[in-house]
Design a protein around this ligand. Structure first.
Ligand code: ACM
Length: 278
């Protein structure tokens, strides 16, 4: 509810597709074509949506990583968001000096809003990217409080927990998932934190090294704070899917008259989460 008691309903979407490696302009054109005339409040795009995923060398990362917000991809998404009066969350390789991060940005109708650097790197990402140093962030926007985590971050319950504790209504989750576990796990993550999640995964296969294919599992989804999957996609579909959601319902952490999932926490007994147990 707003201060005037009005329910705020927004149209939230993801675009699941198979980007072509290295073809930034074409991949962004595909996003624009998929949006067509559609009016959305929020669009979530996959991790590395404009570059593809399977980097083979630091030289390739150098060629495709961009400064944020000055780089090509961020600037194109800023224009798209301005022209369409919408918010976009999207993953891209970031360059800062001689370091590279697996990052995501959030842009809105008024321009660039912020960025997040992936905290938990997966597999060979560790060869080319530095572990994220931004920490988890939540932005208070006109359409709700939006936090970001990237792909493998989901495997660490702390990621969504800290975003929820920082006030996120919606966790935008750009992904390039290859393991099978995330789609069935997100309802639990949402239910235990009472937040929405929009997982925008990619689909397709990249085999840039012979005999070493990466098959992305698709199955993007939008999940409610109760853990209901309101939109689910198949592994191989290329599709833009939309749901109407009420972000502020995520602020109610109450299960019954006696239990509030956040007020009932007992952080005095959670020390081992921060100082490693011996
Ligand atoms: C992943 O974090 N891209 C699996």
């Amino acid at each position: 509810m707003t201060s005037s008691g009005e329910r705020v309903v927004i149209t939230a979407a993801f675009y699941q597709f198979s980007p072509a490696f290295g073809r930034r302009e074409d991949n962004i054109d595909r996003v624009a074509a998929a949006l067509h005339e559609m009016k959305l409040d929020l669009l979530v795009l996959p991790e590395f949506f404009a570059t593809g995923y399977q980097f083979l060398s630091t030289a390739e990362v150098e060629a495709l990583a961009e400064e944020i917000p000055a780089g090509y991809t961020t600037q194109r998404l800023v224009r798209m968001a301005r022209e369409r009066g919408m918010h976009i969350v999207a993953g891209l390789p970031e360059r800062e000096g001689d370091r590279f991060f697996n990052s995501a940005i959030i842009v809105g109708p008024d321009g660039f809003i912020g960025s997040y650097r992936k905290t938990h790197l997966f597999f060979e990402e560790k060869l080319f990217f530095a572990s994220g140093d931004s920490g988890f962030r939540v932005w208070d926007t006109k359409i709700g409080r939006i936090g970001i985590m990237i792909c493998f971050d989901w495997f660490f319950p702390e990621s969504m927990r800290i975003l929820a504790l920082k006030g996120a209504d919606i966790v935008a989750h750009p992904a390039n998932l290859v393991l099978p576990y995330c789609p069935e796990s997100m309802p639990v993550r949402c239910r235990e934190n009472r937040v929405y999640a929009i997982t925008a995964n990619r689909t397709g296969v990249e085999e840039r090294r012979d005999g070493y294919p990466l098959r992305f599992i698709g199955q993007s989804r939008i999940v409610t704070p109760e853990g209901e999957v309101v939109i689910a996609t198949a592994p191989d579909e290329e599709v833009l899917r939309v749901a109407e959601i009420e972000p502020e319902t995520a602020r109610n952490k109450r299960l019954n008259p006696f239990n509030d999932l956040f007020a009932d926490r007992r952080p005095e007994f959670y020390h081992g989460l921060i100082e490693p147990l011996l």
